[in-house]
Design a protein around this ligand. Structure first.
Ligand code: HEM
Ligand code: HEM
Length: 189
């Protein structure tokens, strides 16, 4: 991923991708935990999971589009007053987000596709989303299911940790350093 030499603010497409995905991901991190606590076999649990699947697939599609767009459209350079290790940490977090926000929903999709419950993914009540390619018909897929589920849960925690780190950094820039970093990612001028 290359950088633009002079750019100061992120452009409107980057800002739109950032905030739409951020709101959806933060919602899903809470919703995922809430829905798994709903009583097994209840209608609410089924509906809760379907909402999670549909928003998760939406995040997957948006994240792939965002990555393609980002590879074609360099981001502005980081703020010049940042120290070298801060820049490495910031960019490292950003790149991890790009990767993990594709792997996390893929693992969720693979979990549903290997579950013995055979619950179809109905995308926002519109149509049945296909199974993850190549895994649904495997015999004795319980072990694969366990691996995907573990991946999904663990990466979910990792993403939550990164969000906390990222938000703390944004708050530090806004309230302590007052270097305009948050403004770069804020809609408007
Ligand atoms: C970025 C998008 C996603 C996020 C942030 C997310 C987050 C979470 C979280 C936090 C949990 C609760 C984990 C726990 O038990 O502690 C969860 C569970 C689950 N998610 Fe996702 N998820 C995403 C996408 C998806 C997708 C796309 C699917 C399927 C199409 C999916 C399927 C599931 C399933 C089946 C569970 C229950 C796992 C279990 O039985 O414990 N998720 N998710
Ligand atoms: C799930 C939630 C979030 C995700 C996944 C996320 C992801 C990202 C990514 C990938 C970038 C780098 C963009 C690029 O270089 O292409 C970024 C930048 C940024 N994010 Fe977030 N973000 C989230 C939430 C937030 C929140 C809640 C805030 C503010 C409180 C915030 C503030 C910023 C700022 C200020 C930048 C620009 C940093 C710079 O100056 O280069 N983000 N975010």
């Amino acid at each position: 991923m290359t950088r633009e030499p002079e750019g100061k603010k992120y452009n409107s497409v980057a800002i739109a991708f950032h905030w739409v995905i951020a709101v959806l991901v933060i919602f899903m991190l809470f919703w995922g935990r809430y829905m798994t606590d709903l009583p097994k076999g209840s209608y609410e649990r089924l509906e809760g999971f379907q909402l999670h699947f549909s928003i998760g697939i939406t995040i997957l599609l948006l994240s792939v589009l965002r990555l393609i767009w980002r590879l074609m459209n360099p981001a502005p350079k980081l703020i010049p007053t940042m120290k070298k290790h801060e820049k490495i940490l910031a960019r490292g977090t950003h790149y991890l987000f790009y990767g993990l926000l594709i792997i996390l929903p893929l693992a969720g999709w693979a979990t549903v596709s290997t579950s013995s419950l055979d619950v179809p993914i109905i995308f926002f009540d519109l149509f049945q989303w296909p199974w993850f390619p190549g895994v649904h018909d495997i015999e004795n897929r319980k072990i694969i299911y366990e691996v995907f589920k573990e991946m999904h849960v663990t990466i979910g925690w990792l993403v939550l940790g990164l969000v906390v780190l990222h938000v703390l950094a944004a708050i530090r820039h806004a309230l302590i350093l007052k270097d305009g970093a948050l403004k770069r990612m804020w809609p408007g001028k």
